[in-house]
Design a protein around this ligand. Structure first.
Ligand SMILES: *Cc1c(COP(=O)(O)O)cnc(C)c1O
Length: 431
């Protein structure tokens, strides 16, 4: 019975840590919001219409976004070869990798080619380097279990007592959640809708101080800070502006580039991403950050071995037509949604999307009757029309919506009809 009086169970630290988390931060995630919306969409069992998912970015179920045949074949071949059923060496353990390369060359370990995970990292290094003025090597690359793990790796590696990070608002909430978990203080800077979501530099400058460790930015500028550049949507552009990697400016400011197969190859379920130090001057190495990143990956699970093994072929062999076809469908989708929203006065779209598959639109609350706010809108829309869109509050933008338009175009048209009907039903009556 010695334990009978023991009530803390050594979890005291844990409880204190949770209490230190700022209220609201890292609690409402996209995941929990999606669960809530899905539950609401299922309430009316008489409604036989298909659910239209526009709250998260996964177009993979739609025929227009089917994965490239060459990519699928590469994974199947890797799996069938039976050479990649084992563990993969941690991509951060350079000395171990070098030793293994040596042993393999000498024949001693020739039956373990999959331990040479560096060869897969090299494929990513070459892929990213295509858009950079300098060349990366496999040593700059950590393969990750999706873009999300890359976010966790960099955020937890940056967390020190009394430090903070600047995140965009609206932004991708995984950064906030990861920072809260690592007790890294989050400060937000605004993106300005009227200026094509450009960074509000004054708000970013005002938030930064001597304890600021990094800025997460898709459109980053000089603030004298390490830039974390989320390039999960690399090359998914269909407007007038070309895609430019933040790493192109890495000679002036150190950049950690995060990427993933999920969005460009339309295979989020394959869970393969990367964390790349795009840093020709070696700032990150000197700062000790890369040591911490390595330590993270020594503990973390590696991405699935056979998907890693297929990666060089996937990057090399994805059919020429695959990417332009995807871009064409997304451009068509952007046209459809932008035009149709013009016919719904309840919703303002400040910018026509020029990239990715998401857009932020504003709810004109004074036109609505019986709708409290963005969350109320999304819950009722899910329940009454079986259309899921993400409330902006999840991303720090109250009374905005984040809509994923990466759907089969015919389904997108159907969704917009349902949204229009819903808005018309919920219009404020004249007094
Ligand atoms: C989807 C997404 C990620 C996460 O990528 P996964 O490979 O699905 O983990 C990261 N950042 C942004 C901006 C995203 O949209």
């Amino acid at each position: 019975m010695a334990n009978a009086e023991k009530t803390e169970w050594g979890l005291k630290l844990n409880r204190v840590r949770r209490n230190e988390m700022k209220a609201g931060e890292g609690r409402v995630t996209i995941k929990t919001t999606l669960q809530m919306l899905r539950a609401n969409a299922a309430i009316n069992s008489d409604d036989q219409r298909p659910l239209i998912p526009m709250a998260h970015g996964d177009p993979s179920p739609f025929p227009s976004f089917r994965a490239a045949t060459a990519a699928v074949d590469s994974v199947v071949d890797a799996l069938r070869s039976a050479r990649f059923n084992g563990y993969c060496a941690n991509s951060g353990l350079l000395p171990a990798r070098k030793l293994l390369i040596k042993l393999t060359k000498s024949g001693e370990f020739s039956y373990l080619p999959n331990f040479l995970s560096g060869i897969y990292g090299r494929a990513v290094a070459e892929y990213i380097s295509r858009d950079l003025p300098f060349k990366l090597s496999a040593d700059d690359v950590h393969l990750t279990a999706g873009g999300k793990q890359a976010i966790h790796a960099v955020i937890s590696s940056l967390a020190h007592p009394n430090t903070n990070i600047l995140l965009p608002r609206p932004g991708y909430s995984t950064y906030d959640a990861a920072a809260a978990l690592s007790q890294l203080e989050v400060r937000h800077y605004d993106l300005v809708p009227e200026k094509g979501w450009e960074v509000d530099l004054d708000s970013a400058k005002a938030s930064a101080d001597d304890n600021t460790v990094a800025i997460v930015a898709e459109t980053a500028r000089k603030l004298g800070l390490l830039v974390i550049s989320d390039e999960v949507y690399d090359h998914i552009t269909f407007g007038s502006k070309p895609f430019i990697r933040m790493g192109a400016f890495a000679s002036r400011v150190p950049v950690v580039t995060l990427g993933s197969m999920s969005k460009r190859w339309m295979v989020p379920g394959w869970r393969l991403g990367w964390l790349v130090s795009t840093d020709p001057n070696g700032f990150l190495q000197k700062s000790g950050l890369l040591e911490r990143v390595k330590a993270f990956f020594e503990v973390a699970s590696d991405p699935v071995t056979f998907v890693q093994a297929a990666l060089p072929e996937i990057i090399e062999k994805t059919e020429e037509g695959f990417f332009p076809k995807i871009i064409d469908v997304l451009r068509q989708d952007a046209d459809i949604i932008f035009e149709k929203l013009k016919g719904i006065p309840h919703i303002t779209c400040p910018n026509k999307p020029e990239g990715s598959m998401f857009m932020m639109v504003k709810l004109n609350m004074d036109i609505f009757g019986g709708i409290q706010d963005d969350i109320d809108f999304c819950v009722k829309l899910a329940k009454e029309e079986k259309v899921m869109v993400l409330p902006g509050s999840t991303l720090g933008a109250k009374n905005w919506l984040r809509i994923t338009f990466g759907l089969e175009p015919s389904i997108l048209e159907e969704a917009l009809q349902r949204i229009k009907a819903f808005c018309e039903r919920n219009t404020r009556k004249p007094l």
